[in-house]
Design a protein around this ligand. Structure first.
Ligand SMILES: Cc1ncc(COP(=O)(O)O)c(C=O)c1O
Length: 438
């Protein structure tokens, strides 16, 4: 090594070796956090943490206040209504109208303990609707824990990396998977974790058309609600609106999380919003298994009831208050979370000035937005090699290979970046570039 690395090379190697990972590129987020934190403690060198997708902002005060009040009013002792708090259902429906311009009845807006539970219950129910349709199709790259959910419930999944199939090419690739007849539901996140692309309106139309042709349910994961900062999505009841497949089909379920939009991850609260038509539809598989019920009633009274018997009572008050304040135009949540976009713009500039490439860089002809995540690659290095090498420079991120991506690179998250770290990153990447001449 011509130039010393910021983190002592031998020490870093010893710590990495002690984890006995056969392929460092397959390390989970928790393992990367453990390694980087241990190295930080042992060497005293500060790490620039970009591995964790945890909100880095304060929880929305309007939510905290409403939750405290609810607790003081005594809700903690009472089981919450399994359908959800009526005020929350009402406000969720109104929020969806205000920011997506979709009409979903309060009945179909169901509180869940975060989108994690929302997707679990959605996969489970969708996979029981029609005998023979037990496979969930992932439009990758994606959120690895959702595949873990499929494994836990003993279902099958299928997937493809959408990198090569943007625009009209999406149609043939989707059909290739849907034609098997085994797909119950399709899942994707918009904006995408990890790559931050957004499917375009034309791509959403293709998805909607095929959802109807093959009778599959589209699960649209809006964990990063309103975070396509290229558009001003923060004005209630005014266009532009959050893009959604729901504008083009009735076969859909939305997952709206309180975690990132309202920095409310700790309280585990979100909404599953089931389209009016899907809510009332009955399926042979559900009738055979449960003796009756529709998709919506099965989702709530059978599946959610069995999983957690509802969602924390006080957190429902919090989410109702945040939805209400946002729809009333009194709480501009988008302006607050735009901070992630500002950070991404600065970080991407530093990376690209030092020889890195943004891996997923376009939505067809439009550059992707700056937001919560971005992806980076370095010429001549696999994602696994890059991830390991950056550890020696005190920079931690996760490999794209854990997300179903076939591209070589890393996911970097902006949420933990501190103001003084831009300069630090620049110094370290300059040294990295010097040591790894392209
Ligand atoms: C794409 C995606 N979906 C779902 C979640 C989980 O959301 P929640 O905290 O509401 O369970 C995350 C969290 O990182 C995510 O990135």
């Amino acid at each position: 090594m011509e130039n010393k690395t910021p983190v002592d090379y031998q020490k870093a190697q010893a710590v990495i070796d002690s984890y006995q990972l056969p392929d460092f590129g397959k390390a989970t987020i928790r393992e990367v956090v453990a390694i980087s934190t241990q190295l930080e403690q042992e060497t005293g060198v500060e790490f620039i943490h970009m591995e964790m997708g945890v909100p880095g902002l304060k929880a929305a005060q309007v939510g905290v206040d409403a939750e405290i009040k609810a607790l003081q009013d005594g809700v903690a002792s009472i089981y919450p209504n399994i359908n959800g708090l009526p005020e929350l259902k009402q406000e969720a429906s109104r929020f969806i109208k205000a920011f997506i311009n979709l009409d979903i009845n309060p009945e179909g807006c169901v509180p869940v303990t975060g989108s994690m539970q929302g997707t679990y219950a959605s996969f489970l129910t969708a996979g029981q609707c029609t005998p023979g349709k037990d496979t969930i199709l992932f439009i990758d790259p994606g959120f690895p824990v959702q595949k873990q959910q499929i494994t836990v419930m003993g279902y099958q999944y299928d997937s493809f990396d959408v990198y090569e199939f943007r625009g009209e090419k999406l149609r043939a690739e989707l059909e290739r998977h849907l034609q098997t007849g085994r797909i119950a539901a399709v899942i994707y996140s918009n904006p995408n974790n990890p790559a931050w692309f957004c499917l375009t309106e034309d791509e959403l139309k293709i998805l909607a058309e095929l959802a109807e042709k093959y009778d599959v349910i589209i699960i649209e994961d809006l964990a990063y609600f309103a975070m396509d900062f290229r558009k001003d999505l923060g004005k209630p009841f005014q266009p532009p609106y959050q893009a959604s497949v729901g504008h083009y089909t009735d076969n859909y379920i939305l997952q709206i999380s309180g975690s990132k939009a309202f920095s409310y991850a700790g309280q585990r609260i979100g909404i599953t919003a089931i389209s009016n038509k899907l809510y009332h539809r009955s399926y042979p598989g559900l009738t055979a298994r449960y003796g009756g019920g529709t998709f919506g009633t099965t989702y709530i009274h059978r599946v959610l009831y069995a999983l957690s018997s509802g969602t924390s009572h006080s957190a429902q008050y919090a989410l109702a208050a945040m939805f209400k304040a946002a729809s009333d135009g009194k709480f501009d949540f988008v302006s607050i979370i735009k901070e992630y976009g500002r950070r991404a713009a600065k970080l991407k500039k530093i990376f690209t000035e030092n020889g890195f490439k943004i891996v997923y860089d376009h939505d067809l002809d439009q550059p992707i937005a700056d937001g919560f995540y971005f992806t980076i690659g370095y010429p001549g290095m696999t994602g696994s090699e890059l991830m390991k090498e950056l550890i020696f420079y005190g920079i931690s991120a996760i490999s794209l290979s854990t997300t179903g991506s076939h591209q070589e690179g890393l996911r970097a998250c902006t949420s933990f970046i501190k103001d003084h770290q831009y300069k630090l990153l620049e110094e370290r990447l300059k040294l990295f570039a010097k040591n790894h001449k392209i």
